[in-house]
Ligand binder design. Structure first.
Ligand code: NDP
Length: 444
């Protein structure tokens, strides 16, 4: 049995009931097979893949908090510090009822390669809790965040592990967590990114993941002779990534016509009104049912359905495995040219394969959504310098990073004979840098 297959088997048997983690490991190891095969003897002797697939550290803890009626609740907190070969652990905190150790491990594993692709010195980590901020008062969210940070603060720091936002963790949650860290550790330092502008946050961080997704998509299409202007775009999600992907797509002259949340989706034939979407989601924290009040011509549908709408470009920006084989078939039948992942692993393995077989340009999240973590790293740089850069400077750096990242994954795919396969390109390019650093640092 090949070394890659052996390690995949081992990961599945040693981490039972963690299907998302298995999925992420299989995707990465399958696509770096060509590199591993060339170095099989050395990698096997050094147990390189076993070390890569085992987190350096996993922290799991109790998070008790009191609701507005005086009832005590207990959630579970996690931080997986996966790989620090190229820098301090870096990755978001997800607050969603679906969170479990397998989800955090899949996200942390992906983060290693994503962070490597940015070209910046950041290792891979991820964390979160099964707490659901939805429907909670600000005081309840604060109570949870303070309790969560009371334990997490023992394991993080500006030079060791720097968490950020993710699903359910926005500016409000980061603010409460930062305040608690500062109180307990007595340190005003860049321990979290995604902070408010008045206490060390970076301009353009809010926009970064969505904008970066579009910078990469535009560059890739341009290299294939396709112009973004006038293209119809379908977007899923209505959170941080989706909102700023829609905004930048409109600025580029394309027409995003959909968005969604966990209860339903919107089709707006005239193009999504991004100001209305921000008001509903960022200010009022409402459901998408409200959108029709702003745009009477739009349609609201319960459940799932964004991928049934005809489009040239599809940008899944909600959550993992939200675009399956049936959706992929529908998109291809409707003539989709490109699918670029704003979310982490939103496309199932079967759907990815279907896109690739049908010559759809497909860019995986670890490359396409890397603008968020890249700008988080720029926030860390600003905190270290005790300076704040202008919006234009951060946005310009972000654009440069996404364009270089595209060329990097394109070159890696070509070098190994997989031209146009950006899954292989991203995994190999991300892997090579991490492996080089791991080898240089010995068996640790
Ligand atoms: P938000 O919490 O801001 O938004 C998530 C959106 O997806 C919401 O509209 C939410 O709907 C929807 N959603 C979440 N879970 C589900 C589900 N199980 N089924 C259907 N819809 C769902 O998160 P972000 O925009 O920050 O993150 C979106 C994705 O992008 C995630 O995969 C995240 O890991 C990834 N990502 C985020 C980055 C960032 O900088 N924010 C960076 C890189 C990747 P509802 O509100 O109804 O739950």
């Amino acid at each position: 049995m090949s070394y890659v297959d052996e390690v995949i088997e081992q990961v599945v048997s040693q981490n039972p009931n963690e299907p998302e983690f298995h999925q992420a490991v299989k995707e990465v190891l399958e696509s770096i097979r060509v590199v591993v095969d060339q170095n099989e003897e050395q990698f096997r002797r050094d147990a390189l893949l076993e070390r890569l697939c085992n987190p350096e550290r996993q922290i799991k803890f109790r998070v008790p908090w009191i609701d507005d009626k005086g009832q005590v609740h207990v959630n579970t907190g996690y931080r997986v510090q996966f790989n620090s070969a190229i820098g301090p652990y870096k990755g978001g905190l997800r607050l969603h009822p679906s969170v479990n150790i397998g989800i955090i491990k899949f996200l942390g594993f992906e983060q290693i390669f994503k962070n490597s692709l940015t070209g910046l010195p950041i290792g891979g980590g991820k964390g979160g809790s099964d707490f659901d901020p939805k429907g909670k008062s600000d005081r309840e969210v604060m109570a949870f965040c303070q309790s969560f940070m009371s334990e997490l603060c023992k394991y993080i720091g500006a030079d060791t592990d720097v968490p950020a936002g993710d699903i359910g963790t926005g500016a409000r949650e980061i603010g409460y967590m930062f305040g608690q860290y500062k109180k307990l550790r007595g340190l005003f330092e860049g321990v979290l990114t995604g902070k408010g502008l008045s206490y060390g946050g970076s301009l353009a961080r809010t926009e970064a993941t969505g904008y970066g997704l579009l910078y990469l998509t535009e560059k890739m299409l341009k290299c294939h002779g396709v112009d973004m202007k006038g293209k119809t775009v379908t977007v899923s999600g209505a959170g941080n990534v989706a909102i700023y992907a829609i905004e930048k797509a409109e600025q580029m002259g394309a027409k995003p016509v959909t968005c969604s949340d966990s209860t339903g989706w919107v089709y707006d034939p005239d193009g999504i009104d991004v100001a209305a979407l921000k008001e509903i989601k960022e200010v009022k924290r409402q459901r998408l049912t409200e959108y029709k009040k702003y745009r009477p011509n739009s349609e609201y549908h319960e459940g799932k359905g964004v991928w049934t709408v005809k489009s040239d470009i599809a940008l899944p920006c909600a959550t993992q495995n939200e675009l399956d084989l049936e959706d992929a078939k529908m998109l291809v039948a409707n003539g989709v040219i490109a699918v670029c992942e704003g979310a982490n692993m939103p496309t199932t393995a079967e759907a990815t394969k279907y896109f690739q077989e049908n010559n759809v340009y497909f860019v995986p999240g670890k490359a396409a959504n890397a603008g968020g973590v890249a700008t988080s790293a720029l926030e860390m740089s600003q905190n270290s310098e005790r300076l704040s850069w202008s919006f234009e400077k951060v946005d310009g750096e972000l654009k440069g990073i996404m364009v270089r990242l595209y060329h990097n994954i394109d070159d890696a795919a070509k070098k190994y004979g997989f031209e146009g396969n950006y899954v292989v390109g991203a995994n190999i390019a991300g892997f090579e840098k991490v492996v080089d650093a791991m080898n240089a640092q010995g068996i640790v």
